[in-house]
Design a protein around this ligand. Structure first.
Ligand code: ADP
Ligand code: GLC
Length: 497
């Protein structure tokens, strides 16, 4: 029997569908969001579950997993089962699509160890969406039927098309765009694998310039679309930021809105962080100075408290504006800046940062790699965190910086513009400034913002007031979780027509 629809103010049953979740599988901020948002929604009284692909790390970590249904053969896999367990160390229920042929491999969630996309990503992520739709249609787990299918990024987007076009269900779908640049494009000749009506094999459906686009499945068929910051929702209907899909997005009109990400303040909290040299908070900033000393020693940077220690914790890609920072470096360093970079990505950028490290021993330190605990030490020990992105749907590291009294230096785009208040004269006078922002995607603009940072660095009372202001900024998931719950009701009303 299908559970009754929720009363208008009751929190609905929500299924989050995603390809990664911290700490099991993470390539970026998506994993952080998928870990923290459901928990915050549960705290608001919602009935929330996750649906994940059964990668080895998921199968090994999910606790108390039991089979819900044996789905049999589909999407090229001989055996697909749906399991239900709990996230490690939490009561959050998580469904796992156990399809060994598709998911149990060495390598990343999207790419093989050699960096190539998995050749069967269409099957791997169509299956994820298809299972979500079956849960919503009440033919996978009769004990729990979601009323909202909340799909994250292109990997989960097919859930929206299957819910709308394939399986009759009362569930509404919400699609969150974390990054429009990654779209899930596949050859059109793979269309028959999806089992969708052929009328959708057109630009009005999933076709994108002769290819099949999973991102379009979310943008076209979700009842509501969100982006991870209000500003990004304003940007993506434009040619500059729309990644070729701006027309589709404009077509969805008021169904598109932005809800700013929060941060997991249990994981990112300088007062309790087990990874850092000394804990601190806005009232006890001495601990931060200890973290800086420890970080300079760890990284082999000269132990100079007067140097402005700037860090980057990021994918090293063009999106993140890393080339701007590299180009600005020769002018930044003589002004008393130290730079510590941690990231992986474009081999050319990795090599360029390594060369900068060799050229400037004691002033530049580069770690090509991924390391969570080290990221905490960098954020805690630094004076400034640089995020000079060309585009940034939300960005989490500037939020970590704010929380840790590490002033963000950002380009004024996407969520960076929503979260950092530039220390211009007016903001300083009104006591609103929390960081430094620049407009043009150029080394010159970055340098000008850095020059303003350096000027304030020589004015400790003003600098510390900015640190304390950022540390006091509400960044938790509580408010975004409420906003999503309100949006779910809107989506259900839209679906009910
Ligand atoms: P994106 O998702 O576009 O990469 P975000 O700022 O939203 O950018 O999220 C990036 C997340 O990945 C943050 O939690 C950040 O700390 C983490 N991260 C990125 N690179 C590294 C790295 N090399 N080591 C540790 N954490 C990293
Ligand atoms: C994407 C975006 C990033 C955002 C993250 C989490 O990876 O690039 O800006 O913070 O998703 O929503």
């Amino acid at each position: 029997m299908r559970p009754a629809a929720p009363a208008p103010n009751a929190a609905p049953r929500v299924l989050h569908v995603a390809a990664e979740v911290f700490p099991l599988v993470k390539t970026g901020g998506l994993a952080d969001v998928v870990a923290a948002l459901p928990v915050a929604q549960v705290e608001q009284g919602a009935d929330v579950r996750l649906l994940l692909p059964g990668y080895p790390a998921v199968i090994e970590s999910v606790q108390g997993a039991r089979q819900v249904i044996d789905i049999g053969a589909c999407f090229g896999a001989l055996r697909v089962r749906l399991l239900l367990g709990r996230m490690p160390g939490s009561a959050l229920p998580v469904y796992v699509v156990d399809a060994p042929y598709l998911y149990r491999r060495r390598g990343g969630p999207y790419q093989a160890p050699d960096g190539e996309e998995w050749p069967d990503n269409l099957q791997r992520f169509a299956l994820l969406g298809w299972v979500a739709a079956h849960l919503a249609a009440d033919d996978a787990d009769p004990a729990w039927v979601p009323e909202i299918v909340h799909a994250h990024d292109w990997h989960a987007a097919m859930a929206c098309a299957f819910v709308a076009e394939h399986l009759p269900t009362g569930a509404a779908s919400v699609f969150t765009v974390h990054n429009l640049a990654f779209q899930g494009l596949f050859p059109m000749h793979d269309w028959p694998l999806l089992g969708l009506a052929s009328r959708l094999m057109s630009p009005a459906g999933l076709e994108y310039h002769g290819q099949l686009s999973f991102m379009k499945a979310g943008l076209k068929f979700a009842d509501r679309i969100t982006t991870v910051s209000p500003n990004y929702a304003q940007e993506i209907p434009t040619h500059e930021f729309g990644c070729g899909l701006d027309g589709v997005i404009r077509g969805r009109g008021a169904a598109v809105s932005g809800i700013l990400n929060g941060i997991d303040d249990a994981v990112w909290n300088p007062a309790t962080d087990p990874a850092i040299a000394q804990r601190y908070d806005a009232g006890r900033l001495a601990g931060k100075a200890a973290c800086k000393r420890a970080l300079q020693a760890e990284l082999g940077l000269s132990p100079d408290p007067g140097a402005l220690l700037m860090v980057v914790v990021s994918r090293l890609t063009a999106q993140k504006g890393m080339d701007l920072l590299l180009a600005a470096l020769p002018e930044l360093l003589p002004q008393g800046v130290q730079l510590a970079v941690q990231g992986t990505g474009d081999p050319a950028l990795e090599a360029a940062f390594r060369m900068a490290e060799q050229a400037h021993p004691g002033r530049v330190q580069v770690h090509v790699g991924y390391d969570e605990a080290r990221a905490h030490r960098l954020v805690a020990g630094a004076d400034v965190i640089a995020v000079p992105s060309r585009f940034e749907p939300c960005g989490l590291t500037q939020l970590y910086g704010l929380r840790y009294g590490t002033l963000p230096l950002v380009r004024r785009v996407g969520g960076l513009a929503d979260t950092v208040t530039d220390a211009d004269e007016a903001a300083l006078a009104q006591g609103r400034a929390t960081g430094f922002a620049f407009d043009a995607a150029s080394p010159r603009a970055l340098l000008q913002a850095a020059a303003r940072a350096l000027a304030l660095w020589r004015d400790p009372p003003t600098w510390q007031a900015m640190m304390r202001r950022g540390m006091g900024q509400p960044l938790s998931w509580r408010q975004p979780a409420q906003q999503y719950l309100a949006l779910y009701h809107e989506a259900l009303r839209a679906k009910a027509g």
